[in-house]
Design a protein around this ligand. Sequence first.
Ligand SMILES: *[C@@H]1O[C@H](CO)[C@@H](O)[C@H](O)[C@H]1NC(C)=O
Ligand SMILES: *[C@@H]1O[C@H](CO)[C@@H](O)[C@H](O)[C@H]1NC(C)=O
Ligand SMILES: *[C@@H]1O[C@H](CO)[C@@H](O)[C@H](O)[C@H]1NC(C)=O
Length: 300
Amino acid sequence: MWPLLVALLLGSFHCGLAQLLFKNISSVKIDHCKNIVLIPCYVSNLEAENINELFLKWKFGRNSDIIFVFDGYANKSAAFYKFSSAHIFPSEFLKGNASLNVAKEEVKNGKYTCEVTELSREGQQTVDLQYTDGSLFTLKEHISIIILPFLTLILFWAQFGILIQKYKSNPVNRKTIILFATGLLITIVVITGASLLIPGGFAKRKGYGFAFLTTPSVIPVFLQYHKFKPAIGRTLHTVIMLTIIQAVGTVLTVAGLYHSSLDCVPRYGSILILGLAIVALGELFGLIYMKCFDPLIEFQ
Ligand SMILES: *[C@@H]1O[C@H](CO)[C@@H](O)[C@H](O)[C@H]1NC(C)=O
Ligand SMILES: *[C@@H]1O[C@H](CO)[C@@H](O)[C@H](O)[C@H]1NC(C)=O
Ligand SMILES: *[C@@H]1O[C@H](CO)[C@@H](O)[C@H](O)[C@H]1NC(C)=O
């Protein structure tokens, strides 16, 4: 601790030593693709030859909460608050690189200040960090990805309504129970997914949101057969066609989601959306068929 005390003492005597100078980085944009975020801070006129001459403090936010301290004399560092992953590399610090490494999950938008003390000299630099987490898809894609699963849901429940009408004599049979339970499950998952996408969250939460929103599109494929059972003649052909259409949609959806999350590049959004749209279209065809052309469905 004593270098700091000496520094404070000398500093208060104004002995005319130069201030520490910093590379002028006033703001930095970070994307969600890196697991460790580097908050930059570079001293350009550091002269220390030994790490024990150096002291570093990182502060964050409006209240300048101390989030990280490195005491070169004690060769010890400590991370505070919700920045437990914060760390530096002393060897880099000795070269003037006081950049702070923080795990992606712990990074917040805002102003970070590094305060460096080298014996009697000191200085500080503030950098405004903007974490862009929504870059996975464009805004238009975002909207489609949220709307299409809901469209599929609405069409699904409309079909369910028609089925219930057709089973007037015995609405609570095995088929309607299976469809109702599955429909309820899809509804809950999709709503949960949409709520995870509310702006302001972190990339990880959004990733789950997209997964929750889009995975239920797998389920309608397996429900086709249930919906139209017992399927014979023209109905069977329709069921096979609808199943194929939705299977194609599902494959595109899953592939789009997988590559979007893997590649970290907003390149596969259109594949995902195409998949979701095809699944919704399958539900629409099913609804039309159920409503208009199903004389061969043999309702019990
Ligand atoms: C650092 O950059 C900011 C804006 O980028 C500017 O306003 C400021 O004057 C610069 N400071 C120095 C010392 O160059
Ligand atoms: C400082 O501590 C680290 C472990 O925390 C150790 O690896 C390093 O050798 C130490 N450096 C000095 C100069 O004692
Ligand atoms: C500064 O140090 C960090 C590690 O703390 C390192 O990742 C980064 O590359 C260094 N920057 C330069 C310009 O060497």
